[in-house]
Design a protein around this ligand. Structure first.
Ligand SMILES: Cc1cc2nc3c(=O)[nH]c(=O)nc-3n(C[C@H](O)[C@H](O)[C@H](O)COP(=O)(O)O)c2cc1C
Length: 171
């Protein structure tokens, strides 16, 4: 199947999560294409989609929202998965989880997941360091690629089911 993996990232951590998901889907025989949301000019060629975003100040990045604003109806008609990467403690991360869940419900996503991300203080501008005050004590790479690959494997499993259902329907 042709799968769009569209990822909004500022410092690369979420992008690399998207790359990992793309690799798993490709290894399972899908044509998975990793793009920035702004590079997506149409979703007509895709059979399924995975949309990811970094979390900044408890929100998904505007580019990810913008993609949903442009193609929400089409994306909602596809088998769809959402993920985000952030570093807030579960208590303050709740707002993000609620936003992710609401978006998932709006689009009829099959699943949504908040992964832990990466923060490298040295790569931040002064303004970002100030804005990141609440999460700066979580500096480091907290991404769990085993969990990410497991999640992507689950997506591949579901895509196989979708393919089998489609084959039965056209038989
Ligand atoms: C300015 C700033 C604000 C952030 N705000 C949040 C936040 O509100 N909640 C959260 O969970 N993580 C927050 N983070 C952590 C990032 O979401 C995390 O580092 C993420 O993995 C970065 O992804 P990226 O490298 O793809 O941009 C913030 C990081 C920065 C630098």
């Amino acid at each position: 199947m042709n799968v769009l993996v569209a990822v909004a990232s500022r410092h690369g951590a979420t992008w690399e999560i998207g790359a990992s998901i793309t690799s798993v889907l490709a290894a399972r025989g899908h044509h998975a294409e990793l793009l920035e949301p702004a590079q997506v000019s149409s979703v007509a060629a895709y059979d399924a989609a995975v949309i990811g975003s970094a979390v900044y100040l408890t929100n998904l990045l505007p580019d990810a929202r913008n993609l949903v604003d442009r193609f929400g109806t089409e994306l909602g008609a596809l088998p769809l998965w959402l993920f985000a990467s952030g570093l807030a403690a579960p208590s303050s991360g709740a707002r993000t989880t609620i936003e992710l869940a609401a978006l998932g419900e709006q689009l009829g996503a099959r699943d949504h997941r908040l992964f832990r991300g990466r923060l490298d203080r040295a790569g931040l501008s002064f303004a970002e360091r100030v804005a990141a005050a609440g999460v700066l004590n979580r500096e480091g790479d907290h991404r769990d690629f085993t969990a990410i690959e497991r999640w992507a494997g689950g997506i591949a499993d579901e895509l196989e089911q979708v393919q089998a259902e489609r084959a039965r329907a056209t038989a």
